[in-house]
Design a protein. Structure first.
Length: 284
């Protein structure tokens, strides 16, 4: 199919993007990497009145470390995150998860902020930023607004962005020496959307907290927090199943043409046990 007709505007700055978005009206869409938006245009699943292209806004691109926080610009590409030494050192969960995102061609064009704004329930980045207690930095007509990742994702393709706001960056607390992280997912084929996935962030050592964030098993990232001391005690007592059971207790995955809800829940349990073993053995 051919794309529907729409107006096209190219923003020169964040402020310019916000102004153009407001002027174009509620049916306008922001164009970043385009890896999700452009296929929906070609299939006539989207029909925006205008596209506001922010791809040339240099201020939205790059990774920086400042004051214990890793800031990743919204236009930073998946492949940039894969190669960035600051990400590898300070946010190793992202460095691990990025290998699961689609294929190299898509990783070379798709953007960090674009994935978060889309909020696909099976996407890797929403689960990761939730696991890492990240903060989404948005900019709109009233200026900057900061939203906790745990509050940002509100449902399928639904996020806490006000009208005419765009994501400009994500702030991530950096990893400490005793923190451990792990990520894995199960898909029908490498690069397909996950049937189920899991990110684990263990911060604070034995007195800290394990956060499990499941993806692909609900309408948004599904976080579960457990006290590290409790988890360690149960695993030492050979009660791994108790930990897994508590982690998945509130999951209610839906069925689709590929898998049943029961099988999706089974995959979540498998991933939970697998990644728990990794973080407890220090191999994450």
């Amino acid at each position: 199919m051919k794309n529907p007709k729409f107006d096209y505007e190219r923003a020169d700055s964040v402020e310019d993007a916000v102004r153009l978005l407001a002027a174009a009206g509620p049916d306008a869409r922001v164009l970043a990497g385009g890896q999700s938006l452009l296929p929906t245009l070609a299939a006539r699943l989207s029909a925006p009145s205008a596209l506001i292209d922010i791809g040339g806004v240099a201020a939205l691109r790059g990774v920086a470390f400042n004051g214990g926080v890793l800031r990743i610009g919204a236009l930073t590409r998946h492949s940039d995150i894969l190669r960035d030494p600051l990400v590898a050192r300070h946010a190793p969960l992202l460095a691990e998860a990025v290998h699961h995102i689609a294929h190299p061609a898509i990783r070379n064009r798709g953007t960090f902020g674009g994935s978060l704004a889309l909020a696909d329930p099976a996407a890797e980045w929403p689960a990761c930023v939730t696991a890492l207690d990240a903060t989404i930095v948005a900019h709109g007509p009233s200026g900057e607004r900061r939203i906790a990742a745990a509050d940002f994702f509100q449902g399928v393709y639904t996020v806490d962005l006000a009208e005419n706001e765009i994501i400009v960056a994500v702030d991530i607390p950096v990893a400490a020496g005793d923190d451990r992280f792990a990520f894995d997912e199960i898909a029908r084929r490498r690069g397909d959307f996950a049937l189920a996935g899991l990110a684990i962030a263990w911060r604070g050592g034995a007195g800290g907290r394990l956060r499990f964030v499941f993806l692909g098993v609900g309408d948004r990232p599904e976080p579960v927090d457990l006290a590290a001391e409790t988890v360690i005690g149960r695993i030492a007592g050979r009660r791994m199943e108790d930990v897994v059971g508590e982690a998945v207790a509130n999951l209610s995955p839906s069925a689709d043409p590929h898998v049943s809800s029961e099988y999706r829940l089974h995959l979540a349990r498998v991933l939970c046990a697998r990644l728990l073993n990794r973080v407890m053995e220090g191999r994450a």
